[in-house]
Design a protein around this ligand. Structure first.
Ligand code: COA
Length: 150
C-alpha cells in the first residue's frame, strides 16, 4: 500500500494471520499479549470502516511494525483520527518503518475526510516524541490517565 524511504519496506492492512507478529510487538510496547489475544481483539474491532490496522513488512515479508488507528468521534469536537497503538520492532527502528506506518495512517484519515490525526503518548517515551515531532506533530497538552479496576 505505502512505499517510501527504505525501498524494501512496505505497508499493508493487517490480517488475522499477522496476530502472532502483532502480539510479539505489543510486548515490546509493554502490553504483553498472546497471538490468541490479538486474534480476539482484531475480530472484535468494528467492521464499519472506523478502525484500521496496518503492518509494515520488510523485504523478506516479515512484519516489523504495526499501527492501529480509529475514528474518534466525541461530542465536544468534530471527529478526528486517533492512533491507538504504534510500534516498530526494536531491531528495525530507524529504518523508516514507523514513518511509513504514519503515512498509511494519515492517508487513511484523509480518505475519511478527517481533519487531523491525534495520539496520546506516555511521558516516558522521549524517542517516540522526537519521532512524532519530526513528522510535524505538535504537543497540545499533558494529561493524567486514570483507571478504576471493576
Ligand atoms: C516510535 C517508533 C514507532 C518510530 O519508528 P521508527 O521506525 O524507528 O522510526 P523511523 O525510522 O520511521 O523514523 C522517522 C523519523 O523519525 C525521527 N526519529 C525516529 N526515531 C527517533 C529517535 N529515537 N530520536 C529522534 N528522532 C527519531 C527521525 O527523524 C526519522 O527521520 P529520518 O528518516 O530523517 O531518520 C519506534 O521507535 C518504536 O516502536 N518505539 C517504541 C514504541 C513506542 O514508543 N511507540 C509509540 C507509542 S506512543
Amino acid at each position: 500500500m505505502a512505499e517510501a524511504g527504505s525501498k524494501s519496506l512496505t505497508v499493508r492492512e493487517a490480517a488475522l494471520a499477522d496476530a502472532a507478529c502483532i502480539a510479539a510487538l505489543a510486548g515490546q510496547l509493554s502490553y504483553p499479549s498472546t497471538p490468541e489475544d490479538v486474534v480476539q481483539r482484531l475480530r472484535g474491532l468494528p467492521q464499519d470502516g472506523t478502525h484500521a490496522v496496518f503492518v509494515a513488512e520488510d523485504g523478506a515479508g516479515r512484519v516489523v511494525g504495526w499501527a492501529h488507528v480509529f475514528v474518534y468521534r466525541p461530542l465536544e469536537h468534530d471527529a478526528v483520527a486517533e492512533i491507538a497503538g504504534l510500534v516498530v520492532d526494536e531491531n528495525c527502528r530507524g529504518a523508516g518503518a514507523g514513518k511509513l506506518l504514519m503515512v498509511a495512517v494519515e492517508h487513511w484519515a484523509l480518505g475519511k475526510g478527517l481533519p487531523a490525526v491525534v495520539l496520546r503518548s506516555n511521558v516516558i517515551r522521549d524517542a517516540a516524541h522526537q519521532f512524532y515531532e519530526s513528522l510535524g506533530y505538535t504537543r497540545i497538552k499533558t494529561q493524567h490517565a486514570f483507571r478504576k479496576i471493576l
